[in-house]
Unconditional design. Structure first.
Length: 171
């Protein structure tokens, strides 16, 4: 899926601060929705944090997904009552689900894999209800046994977090 259809409007002009240069994407028009994502990753219910896959490279080394942050999600009432903020740990979990999606697409028969390490996590901006959190993932090193990726969140053309994550197959 190297070149998706050309949606409008373009998402951003300056991408120098992002993990990689992305094609023009429309978060309202994913190439795979929640149902399709559910056929690839094992997350369900409240813990399915991806709303759409927007783009991925043909070799599954890079990808972009979207999380539409809603005001009725389980964390809103308590994090925080006067100003709901999407927790940083859930931002990273959202990106880890994108990393798992890319991994499972490359190795569909590996069995269950788990997210087991976060390195160099930095939070740079807030995400709340009404925001569209774009998630970027780029592989550093991948094998059938594990995957190491750089991940990033972007909302309103601003980086909200970046980290390096490690996932591992349990089989």
């Amino acid at each position: 899926m190297e070149t998706p259809p050309s949606p409008s409007p373009p998402l951003r002009a300056d991408q120098s601060k992002f993990l990689f240069e992305m094609p023009k994407l429309d978060p309202a028009r994913p190439i795979h929705g929640r149902e399709d994502i559910g056929t690839v990753i094992p997350h369900r219910g409240n813990m399915m944090l991806l709303d759409g896959i927007l783009w991925y490279s043909d070799d599954f080394v890079r990808g972009v997904a979207v999380k539409h942050v809603r005001n009725d999600e389980f964390w809103c009432e308590g994090h925080f009552p006067d100003k709901a903020l999407y927790p940083g740990v859930l931002q990273i979990e959202s990106a880890a689900q994108l990393a798992a999606y890319l991994y499972y697409r490359r190795y569909p028969d590996v069995g269950l894999s788990v997210f087991c390490k976060i390195e160099e996590a930095t939070f740079r901006g807030m995400v709340g209800p009404g925001d569209e959190l774009l998630l970027l993932c780029q592989d550093i090193r991948v094998s059938r046994r594990r995957f190491l990726c750089n991940v990033m969140g972007v909302t309103n053309d601003k980086v909200t977090f970046q980290a390096t994550i490690l996932g591992m197959s349990l089989s």
